[in-house]
Design a protein around this ligand. Structure first.
Ligand code: CTP
Length: 400
């Protein structure tokens, strides 16, 4: 089950660190490739040598030595991982992760991670129950971090209560659950568009918009993890594409249009999260426009509406669109849903804090073709992605 899976295991300074030794042994036994990263406090409880012997890999300890002295920087370490597990996670490390501190290797890895993250807290029960620890855990959960435990029982302090690191067996089960795609999109081909488009004015200038691509990439990642085959057609973004996705990079609305139509036959679900430019310069200059020439007048023309085109050729596909609005959100989104022949419309009030372009979170409403409106609270784009896919899965089941 864990064969070939790459697991980054973060070990922090808790008396329960010895259980991470057992966890490493079990992971390796099940075929996983384990890369351990330890905090300075952790090495006071268990020696790196123990982990190195079991994992057969050098333990990541010192950000500076490793970042410069070898090939393994924190970025490389995370880029290769399928899952980042922090077990045991002390109150201190939970706080560092919740607040985005980057003061050692482990916390840098967390910030750079694109894979799912699983945290197994371990601390004294009074500490665990402190409001600030609870707040930090809630904050992590809100951002899509998975938490396992703690268990209740006798603690190192002699107290009895919640705070014990769960047993390695339970952490293994949580790992397997996260790595085994839930499979509810198995057999489906999910075509996702993401990012902005660029419409050239001349060889160096273009018209574009503020889309970062984060929402679309989150959907592509979630769809892959749920067993779907993913085709990601992306405008220019600074994001890493999910490892398993087939990625087609485009620049203009026309290129995105052509790529979508070329792949449409294969797709059973189409999710159009891209912010496609509605207009483009009618003529792009073939040479750079110069300042000493007359101020250019730019005439715009419409780009093809990709989603409307896909709506006309919909067949049995499930079609999901996005609407970014600054006013009359639901009314405008519903009009688009009908006009473009969609099953679902994800409506995004980009004037709200925590929503829209370039944020890591989003606040959306999901409209369906039957007139329903589901309002989702502010949450990480990655969890919004899963909520959208839950609705897609429901529609797929109903369609069959
Ligand atoms: N879209 C598209 N092709 C375009 C423009 C938009 O496929 N040329 C898609 C987007 O990917 C999105 C949806 O249409 O899923 C809605 O985009 P939006 O710009 O909000 O809607 P428009 O129909 O362009 O309406 P308006 O700009 O007037 O709000």
């Amino acid at each position: 089950m864990l064969n070939g899976k790459r697991i980054l295991l973060g070990v922090t300074g808790s008396i329960a660190a010895y259980k991470a030794v057992e966890l490493t042994r079990e992971l390796v036994k099940r075929g996983a490739e384990v890369q351990v990263v330890m905090t300075q406090a952790a090495i006071r409880f268990v020696t790196p040598l123990t982990f190195e012997t079991l994992s057969r890999q050098p333990v990541l300890l010192d950000m500076f030595t490793l970042a410069y002295g070898s090939q393994i920087g924190h970025i490389e370490a995370t880029a290769r991982a399928d899952l980042f597990v922090v077990a045991p996670a002390t109150a201190h490390t939970i706080a560092r992760l919740a607040h985005g501190l980057a003061d050692d290797f482990l916390s840098n890895i967390y910030l750079a991670s694109r894979c799912p993250v699983l945290v197994a807290p371990a601390m004294d029960s009074d500490m665990y129950q402190h409001a600030v620890v609870q707040e930090n855990l809630a904050r992590l959960r809100e951002r899509g971090v998975h938490i396992v435990g703690p268990a209740s029982g006798e603690l190192a302090s002699g107290l009895i209560g919640p705070g014990r690191l769960v047993e390695p067996e339970e952490i293994l089960e949580a790992i397997e659950r996260l790595l085994e795609p839930s499979g509810d999109l198995a057999g489906e081909v999910v075509l996702v568009t993401a990012g902005p488009t660029r419409e050239p004015l001349d060889p160096v200038r273009y018209l574009s918009n503020r889309s970062s691509g984060k929402m679309g990439y989150a959907i592509a990642e979630a769809a892959g993890q749920r067993g779907g085959r993913v085709i990601l057609i992306s405008g220019p973004t600074a994001l890493f594409a999910p490892r398993e996705a087939e990625v087609i990079r485009v620049e203009t609305a026309q290129e995105m249009h052509d790529a979508v139509l070329a792949k449409l036959d294969a797709a059973t679900v189409v999710i159009k999260a891209a912010a496609v430019a509605d207009y483009r310069p009618k003529r792009a200059a073939t040479r750079k426009l110069k300042k000493d020439e007359t101020v250019p007048e730019v005439t715009l023309e419409s780009t093809p509406d990709i989603l409307a085109e896909v709506g006309r050729r919909k067949g049995r596909r499930i079609l999901v669109g996005f609407a970014a609005e600054t006013e009359d959100l639901v009314v405008n989104a519903r009009k688009k849903l009908q006009r473009k022949n969609l099953d679902l419309m994800v409506a995004n009030d980009i004037s709200q804090p925590g929503a829209g372009f370039d944020a890591d979170t989003n606040v959306v409403k999901i409209l369906d073709a039957q007139g329903g409106v589901e309002e989702l609270p502010l949450q990480a784009k990655r969890s919004v992605a899963d909520r959208i896919l839950d609705r897609v899965v429901e529609l797929l089941k109903r369609r069959d």
